[in-house]
Ligand binder design. Sequence first.
Ligand code: DQA
Length: 145
Amino acid sequence: MTSILILNGPNLNLLGTRQPDVYGKETLSDIEKLCKNKALKISIDVDFRQSNHEGILIDWIHASKDAFDGLIINAGAYTHTSIAIMDAIASVEIPTIELHLSDIKKRETFRHVSYIEFVAFDAIMGHGAAGYPMAIDRMVDHLNA
Ligand code: DQA
């Protein structure tokens, strides 16, 4: 069975109350439910995690090798700073989609830079919580192509 790891980075545990005008009203647990329902519908496995710590995200990426078929990552602010997360993804060579709730290319210029985009085959942004099931579909299409 296809198995996808969905990683969420710093501050995403605060979704629902964190700048809802930017990130939406759904909590991270609402989004997890969206992903689990989607996975059930299309008969795949999804493992959904969040950490505020760069090193933990990196450890999870390392452990994803041979354990998951694909990685969907909303790295939060680490998107714009973390060469280490980029290197971790490059090291395990797992098919990766970069995901954001907001459209980082239409926000402050410091958010236009993404290190994840160098190692991801696609990026989904600006669709709020709906972007998560969209990313799952995109990953499955990619894995089945
Ligand atoms: C984000 C965008 C990032 O710039 C920000 O730091 C986040 C969330 C998004 O999902 O829109 O924490 O990744």
